[in-house]
Design a protein around this ligand. Structure first.
Ligand code: KG4
Ligand code: ZN
Length: 333
C-alpha cells in the first residue's frame, strides 16, 4: 500500500506491506517555509505540496524497492481526505487517485485522525483491546476508547484549544519559534517545572480538557515576572499539560476497563509526556503503547496502515470522492 499525507505542512509518502510492515516512510517538512509567519500559511502549504509530492512519492517507492518490496507497483493507494487544509488535502488526493487510475489499483480515502490511531499499531501489532487512546495533535485533543481498528468511542475532548495548539501559542508568545512543541520541550530541559504553579484545568473532573486558561496564565505570569526565564516558564507549562493529559488518560483507562493506554498525534512525541505515561501505566499494571516519535507526528505510514485496514473491511473509495476538511473521527453508536 502506498500512503500519501498532505493534510497540513508535511508532505509525506510511505509504503507499508500487509498493513503493518513499514518498507519506507518519507516525510518532507515545510517547517522552514512557514516559520517566518509563526504558523502554517495554507496557500503556501498547497503550493509546496504540489512541488514536493511527486519526488517524495518517487523516493518512498524506490526506498521500498530497496527494502525488499517485491512488486513493481503498489497493490493500492491511500491518501488523507480530511480533516485538514482543503487545498493541501486536494494535492494528495489528486495524486493518489491519478496513481490508482494509472496503475489500475484501488484507492482508499483515509481519515487523518484514524491514521493517527493506527500509528501505535505499526509499532505494537499485538495490542490487547480495548485501549484508552489520548489523541493529541495540533488541531485535535480527544480521549477515545478504541475497541479495535474502526471501533472508536469518544470519551472526552478539549473544550477550547488543542494541546498542540497550546504548545504552539505559548512558544510563539515566548519567542521560541514554530513549531512550538519541540521548541518548548527543548527549552524546558534546562528549566524548573515547579517554578510556576500553572492551572491544571478540569484535573479532577471527567474526561474533557481545557487549555485556554493555561495559555492566559502563562501570558499573565510572564507579564508579572519580567525576569522569569523562558526555560522555567516552558518547563512549568509543559508540566501542567503533562499532568492533565496523563490524569485524563489514566481516568479513561480505569473507567472503561482498558487493557492498555495508547498515545497518538504530534504531542505524543513529547519526551516528558511519554515518560510520565509510562510511569503511570507501570503503576497501574497495564501496558503503555507508545508509537515511535516519527510515527506520532504527521506521516504517511499511518495513513497506509489505516488505508489497508479500510480497503479490507470497508472497501475502496470511489474516484469521484473529494476532500473533507472538517471530517470527524467515525464513532460507534
Ligand atoms: O499530529 P501533528 O503532526 O499534526 C496535526 O495533525 O495537527 O501534530 C502537530 C502538533 C503541533 O502543535 C506541534 O507543536 C506538536 O504536535 N508537537 C509537540 C512535539 N512535537 C510536535 N508537542 C509537544 N512536544 C513535542 N515534542
Ligand atoms: Zn496529524
Amino acid at each position: 500500500m502506498l500512503g500519501i499525507e498532505t493534510s497540513c505542512d508535511e508532505t509525506a509518502a510511505a509504503v507499508v506491506a500487509d498493513g503493518a510492515r513499514v518498507l519506507s516512510s518519507v516525510v518532507s517538512s515545510q517547517v522552514d517555509l512557514h516559520a517566518a509567519y509563526g504558523g502554517v500559511v495554507p496557500e503556501l502549504a498547497s503550493r509546496a505540496h504540489l512541488q514536493l509530492l511527486t519526488p517524495v512519492v518517487d523516493r518512498a517507492l524506490s526506498e521500498a524497492g530497496a527494502a525488499g518490496g517485491s512488486r513493481s507497483v503498489p497493490e493500492a493507494v491511500a491518501a488523507t481526505v480530511g480533516p485538514g487544509l482543503v487545498g493541501a488535502l486536494l494535492v494528495g488526493i489528486s495524486e493518489a487517485k491519478a496513481l490508482a487510475l494509472a496503475w489500475d489499483v484501488p484507492f482508499a480515502g483515509v481519515n487523518h485522525l484514524e491514521g493517527h490511531l493506527f500509528a501505535a499499531l505499526l509499532d505494537h501489532p499485538g495490542i490487547d483491546w480495548p485501549v484508552a487512546v489520548l489523541l493529541v495533535s495540533g488541531g485535535h485533543t480527544m480521549v477515545v476508547s478504541m475497541e479495535g481498528p474502526g471501533r472508536y468511542r469518544l470519551l472526552g475532548q478539549t473544550l477550547d484549544d488543542a494541546a498542540g495548539e497550546a504548545f504552539d501559542k505559548v512558544a510563539r508568545f515566548l519567542g521560541l519559534g514554530y513549531p512550538g512543541g519541540p521548541a518548548i520541550e527543548r527549552a524546558a530541559r534546562s528549566g524548573d517545572p515547579s517554578a510556576f504553579a500553572f492551572p491544571r484545568a478540569l484535573l479532577d473532573e471527567g474526561l474533557d480538557l481545557s487549555f485556554s486558561g493555561l495559555k492566559t496564565a502563562v501570558v499573565n505570569t510572564v507579564r508579572r515576572h519580567p525576569d522569569a526565564t523562558n526555560e522555567d516558564v516552558a518547563a512549568s507549562f509543559q508540566q501542567a499539560v503533562v499532568d492533565v493529559l496523563v490524569a485524563k488518560a489514566m481516568r479513561a483507562a480505569t473507567g472503561t476497563g482498558a487493557r492498555g493506554v495508547c498515545l497518538a498525534g504530534g504531542v505524543a512525541a513529547n519526551g516528558p509526556l511519554r515518560q510520565a505515561l509510562r510511569e503511570a501505566c507501570a503503576a497501574a499494571g497495564i501496558p503503555a503503547y507508545l508509537p515511535s516519535r516519527a510515527m506520532c507526528t504527521d506521516n504517511a505510514a499511518m495513513i497506509a496502515a489505516a488505508g489497508w485496514w479500510q480497503l479490507a473491511h470497508v472497501g475502496p473509495t470511489p474516484l469521484d470522492a473529494g476532500a473533507d476538511p472538517d471530517r470527524g473521527l467515525p464513532l460507534l453508536g
